[in-house]
Design a binder for this molecule. Structure first.
Ligand code: GTP
Length: 477
């Protein structure tokens, strides 16, 4: 491989490796930062917001339930023997309508009757698991509780019940009342969070049963059934708050948990780790594009610089600094190829060896600078006199060697004659030497058995003849 290509390869490799290292390091750092932001800020913040919204949704129903538990109408109605069922039905229905509750209910301790907005529903029974709540409430120390149960009065729809105790005038327990709230409103909060932040939100009971989840998010019925959660489920159920990561279906999830004491539930907010990297992808793509562009630009510049210096070096190596003509080395380098090509094509090829007459005198009389000007002037005339495909060389000192393609000796001699006349009539050259400046030219056509030395020798013989014959002429060998 050539030096230039090696250089370009090494430089592009260095740039690409440099960019790859920088991009990898910045990706790893950004990934870490994004994960930390997700674990430490986004998930806890989402959890706080949902907690606040759930709280807000429950405040009014709690207040209304508390009001019902302390309402003298209900107390009196129970104590007076529960005679006017229509009155209590109206009362419960009114509250249900006014506060948009799912249900409003009241149970009498004395009769065990369960009333709701539609009237009498049933009698609570210790043996019916559905009535377990009532027997729990009557024994509990607190005045109220929150509970999630199916509502028998509403086709067993899952409902949040706010249960309040009712006391008689002496503080004795005479019944329980309260409101039931539709879970749909809370479910819609979960959907909203999934759509807005693509976070999965679900509620789990203290036993790990998944109670409430966004419809589009599939979760096991109990956290312990989720294989990836085996090791963390105990911590989720016992620690008031927690940050976890676990695997599900080959994907990693970041999970934030928080116990909501008022509901007896655990709020779980989780995000897919992959989604965190989605945000980093555009910056990676931009880095890759910048890397490619910078590499291409640097390579293009490098190529230009290399070409420039290569041309400059070639100029130094192959050209005569005074006249900018090809030097002897360049001529020797090219001669063989040109000669072979002409031989193959059966074309003639001729040399003109041009030597300035009495050049030494010009140098001696007018100085070296004047001599240099003459050399430059003649090189310009020579270049103009032949075709661009011909070679014009400063052969050495005041000698120029011209290689004329497709030119036989007759033509070469004509060209030599034209050059000679042109130089001898050039006023600028005459002005330097204060007399007509002339050249002598040796002409030699290439022959099959000629190499360069032999060919030049032949031209030199012609030149010698021209000089000998009195100069200012062109002669064949
Ligand atoms: N100014 C100048 N002179 C040079 C340069 N190279 C060679 N010369 C001079 O060119 C002269 C060549 O002279 P010759 O070819 O030997 O003799 P001449 O005076 O040209 O005489 P004839 O060739 O016999 O007509 C020498 O004096 C060299 O010093 C150059 O680059 N610049």
């Amino acid at each position: 491989m050539r030096f230039k290509q090696q250089m370009l390869l090494v430089v592009s490799l260095l740039i690409v490796i440099g960019f790859a290292i920088t991009a990898t390091v910045s990706f790893v750092i950004s990934r870490q930062a994004a994960l930390e932001a997700m674990v430490q800020h986004e998930l806890p913040l989402t959890s706080d917001n949902i907690y606040a919204e759930v709280q807000r949704d429950l405040i009014l129903p709690r207040t209304v339930s508390s009001f019902m538990g302390n309402d003298t109408f209900l107390q009196d109605w129970i104590l007076e023997g529960e005679t006017d069922i229509a009155a209590v039905t109206r009362y419960l229905n009114g509250i249900k309508q006014k506060y948009g509750a799912f249900t409003a209910f009241m149970v009498s301790e004395k009769s065990g009757n369960y009333y709701h907005a539609g009237g009498w529903l049933k009698q609570v029974s210790k043996t019916d698991p559905r009535d377990e709540w009532y027997f729990r409430v009557r024994l509990m120390e607190e005045e109220s509780e929150l509970n999630i149960d199916p509502d028998m009065a509403n086709k067993d729809a899952l409902t949040i019940f706010i249960n309040y105790k009712i006391h008689g005038p002496d503080g004795e327990f005479i019944g329980a009342t309260g409101l039931g709230l539709n879970l749909e409103s809370i479910k819609s909060i979960l959907s909203e969070y999934r759509e807005r932040y693509s976070n999965n939100v679900y509620f789990v009971t203290r036993l790990g049963n998944v109670l409430l989840h966004d419809e589009q998010h599939q979760v096991a019925e109990n956290l312990s059934q989720e294989p990836g959660m085996k090791e963390i489920v105990q911590s989720i159920l016992t620690e008031p708050q927690g940050s976890f990561s676990y695997q599900r279906h080959g994907k990693t999830y970041l999970l934030n948990t928080r116990h909501i004491e008022e509901l007896g539930l655990i709020l779980c907010v989780e995000a897919e780790e992959e989604k965190v990297f989605d945000a980093l992808r555009p910056s990676l793509i931009v880095t890759a594009i910048v890397c490619i562009l910078v590499t291409l630009i640097v390579l293009a510049l490098l190529l230009r610089v290399i070409r420039h210096y290569q041309a400059e070096l070639e100029g130094i190596a192959w050209r005569d600094p005074l006249t900018s003509l090809l030097n002897r080395r360049a001529f020797i380098d090219r001669y063989a190829a040109i000669r072979n090509q002409h031989q193959r094509n059966g074309q003639p090829l001729s040399l003109l060896l041009v030597d300035i007459d009495h050049f030494k005198e010009i140098n001696d009389r007018y100085g070296h600078n004047a001599g240099d000007l003459v050399l430059k002037g003649i090189s310009e005339i020579l270049t103009e006199a032949v075709r661009p495909s011909d070679l014009v060389t400063r052969w050495g000192g005041d000698e120029f060697l011209l290689l004329l393609s497709g030119t036989d000796s007759d033509n070469a001699r004509d060209i030599a004659e034209r050059i000679r006349t042109r130089i001898s009539l050039e006023p600028d050259l005459a002005a330097i030497s204060e007399q007509r400046l002339t050249v002598s030219i040796g002409v030699a056509e290439q022959r099959d058995d000629f190499d360069l030395d032999r060919h030049v020798q032949e031209a030199d013989s012609g030149l010698y003849r021209a000089k000998k014959a009195g100069r200012d002429r062109a002669e064949l060998a």
